[in-house]
Design a protein around this ligand. Structure first.
Ligand SMILES: C[S@@+](CC[C@H](N)C(=O)[O-])C[C@H]1O[C@@H](n2cnc3c(N)ncnc32)[C@H](O)[C@@H]1O
Length: 252
């Protein structure tokens, strides 16, 4: 079911799926990976989608495994990425326990732990762990729950600058959250109508710890407000929206 949804998105990926790597204002994901990847490393791009990061990884690592459960995404990825002998595309459902397919030194898990179901997220992290060598580093990117709330505040600020009263602004913000916040306690907020898991920084540390990782760094990967609003006003600058980029070590 989930697989079919991602298959449908694959052909329109650029319009439908936000490009984290390209919109990263300070190239934090890029520089984090550059710092960690060595030329003798095996890297696994878990949930590689249409392969936006695969060529970048293949230019730096010895071997790259690009894994996704969407056959259509993998087909698009294979078309998009110039032929490279060191890239292995694999179709796997990361949420289903299965045999190990690689033993990577570095894992990338970008915008994959976003489904509402806790069990699926947990199972994916178990699969990722199984396919990393002990001591390996995992770079993960996940949506920030703080940003979901900050976005309402910025909309409120915008409306107030346009002349709306505080009462109107609060009513509009409340109407928005009623429509979009599926479960505050679970951090499930809709992005483009799709219920999406968002994380608190502290929650990341606990979630990864429970799956056998030690979180070493949690940083912001920042975007422009144009990523959230079609016509973001010029005054809307800092603080910018962000996702969390996590560097974790698989425990020995
Ligand atoms: C939002 S996209 C991110 C793609 C890519 N990492 C990027 O940042 O451009 C999420 C990807 O995860 C894949 N995915 C989601 N659940 C998966 C699962 N259980 N097993 C394998 N891939 C999965 C989807 O097919 C999709 O390509």
């Amino acid at each position: 079911m989930q697989e079919a949804i991602w298959d449908r998105s694959a052909e329109h990926y650029d319009e439908e799926i936000f490009d984290t790597f390209a919109n990263d204002r300070h190239s934090v994901v890029r520089s984090t990976l550059e710092r960690l990847i060595q030329s003798n490393h095996t890297v696994c791009d878990f949930g590689c989608g249409v392969g936006r990061t695969v060529e970048f990884l293949a230019q730096r690592a010895k071997q790259v495994y690009a894994v996704d459960f969407s056959a259509t995404s993998l087909e698009v990825a294979a078309r998009n990425v110039p032929q490279k002998e060191n890239i292995h595309f694999l179709k796997r459902d990361l949420a289903v326990p299965g045999r190990r397919f690689c033993q990577a030194d570095i894992g990338l898990l970008m915008q994959v732990l976003i489904m509402p179901a806790y069990d699926s997220r947990r199972e994916i992290l178990e699969t990722v762990s199984r396919n990393l060598r002990p001591g390996a580093r995992l770079v993960a990117v996940v949506p920030a729950l703080e940003v979901a709330i900050l976005t309402y505040l910025r909309i409120g600020e915008w409306r107030q600058r346009e002349g709306a009263s505080r009462k109107e602004v609060v009513a509009e913000m409340a109407a928005g959250q009623k429509e979009e916040v599926v479960s505050l306690v679970e951090g499930i907020v809709k992005i483009s109508d799709t219920p999406t898991k968002h994380y608190l920084k502290e929650e990341i540390v606990l979630f990864f710890r429970d799956a056998g990782f030690t979180v070493l760094e949690v940083e912001k990967v920042e975007y422009s407000w144009a990523a959230d609003f079609e016509e973001a006003p010029d005054w809307m600058q800092d603080p910018h929206p962000w996702d969390w980029v996590v560097v974790a070590r698989k425990n020995e």
